[in-house]
Design a protein around this ligand. Structure first.
Ligand SMILES: Nc1ncnc2c1ncn2[C@@H]1O[C@H](COP(=O)(O)OP(=O)(O)OP(=O)(O)O)[C@@H](O)[C@H]1O
Ligand SMILES: [Mg+2]
Length: 316
């Protein structure tokens, strides 16, 4: 409803991980370059970690676009609540490898055979597991076995595990040290600095069709940064609602006061630390409002405990 009022063609602050909107900060660019390099040079096993809502899935979607353009074969697993049998079922199904048997060693043989064929044809095969902080130890152990599929010189299967910081913690556990030793590249996402928040908002508005005068005033962006702590998902939430409220008030430029009111409405000024969901959420749940807010609370409270060095503004 507000789109034509602000001269926009689409919603600029959707919470979907749409890779068209990917804003390349230096960190994101480095992470993307690292993932591309690692896969191209058959490094084998790569991790991508970062706080809740800092763009991992969006980055993965951009990576998938790139891999598809390169004709790589990909298996994207976004439901990390699986057991080891399901892991193999999902991988075979995603790669479209026909296999009647549900016997794990037969599935592994089929996969190995298929990977060798791909390798000989000069093709790359990549498994990407998102929300990998939820993977159980038995599944992580199976993933370790998958990293053993190799020729004498190259890894046959490239594996990317993407997840929240709990993934790194999990991989530090002694029982997972063999897997940890196989990580050849570690890529990261991070919250935005104040300057990046300015550019991020401007870039999303530009992609959504904005051409005229800035829609967000300087103070509005600063207020967004103060309350979001630079976490893009929270930035989107604040900006989306600020646009709606600004439209209701028929103001063409979003003010700091409007953003402030939205932050209060979402109680971003008083979120309490919330324990991690303990593995009960599915990706779909993340976007329903209650767990979405829980997610925000979790991200923000962690950052409040140790604010990023780049956050210099004080809450009013
Ligand atoms: N660099 C970025 N450029 C553009 N949009 C971004 C960027 N980073 C995050 N976003 C936006 O922020 C929102 C959250 O991003 P995303 O879902 O990719 O985060 P995530 O790190 O995967 O979160 P979670 O840990 O909850 O899975 C999305 O709307 C996404 O488009
Ligand atoms: Mg994600």
């Amino acid at each position: 409803m507000y789109k034509s009022f602000f001269g926009l063609k689409e919603n600029p602050f959707n919470v979907n991980p749409d890779p068209r909107f990917l804003f390349l900060t230096q960190q994101i660019e480095e992470a993307l370059a690292g993932l591309m390099y690692g896969i191209q040079t058959r490094k084998g096993f790569i991790t991508l970690t970062g706080e809740v809502g800092t763009g991992k899935t969006t980055l993965i979607n951009r990576l998938l676009d790139w891999l598809h353009r390169k004709n790589a074969r990909t298996a994207f697993l976004f439901n990390s609540r699986m057991n080891s049998n399901q892991l193999f079922d999902f991988i075979l199904a995603e790669f479209e490898i026909p296999c009647e048997s549900r016997n794990k060693s037969q599935q592994l043989m089929k996969l190995n055979h298929w990977l060798l064929e791909r390798y000989r044809a000069g093709e790359t095969a990549v498994v990407i597991i998102d929300e990998a902080q939820n993977l159980t130890y038995p599944v992580l152990e199976e993933i370790r076995l998958l990293t053993n599929l190799e020729t004498s010189t190259d890894k046959l299967l490239q594996i990317v595990l993407s997840g929240q910081p709990e993934l790194e913690e999990k991989l530090k556990l002694p029982q997972l040290r063999q897997l940890r030793q196989r990580i050849t590249l570690r890529c990261k996402t991070a919250p935005l600095t104040t300057e990046q928040t300015f550019d991020y908002i401007a870039e999303r508005l530009r992609i959504a069709g904005a051409t005229g005068e800035p829609i967000f005033g300087k103070e509005a962006v600063e207020t967004v940064h103060v309350y979001s702590l630079g976490i893009p998902r929270v930035v989107n939430l604040l900006c989306e609602h600020a646009l709606v409220n600004s439209y209701v008030e028929q103001k063409r430029v979003v003010t700091g006061k409007i953003v402030e009111d939205v932050a209060r409405e979402f109680q971003l000024d008083e979120v309490e630390p919330i324990a991690p969901a303990g593995g009960q959420q599915t990706p779909a749940d993340v976007y329903n409002s209650e767990s979405f807010l829980q997610n925000l609370g979790e991200a923000l409270s962690r950052f409040r405990a140790s604010p990023p060095a780049t956050t210099t503004l004080k809450r009013k």
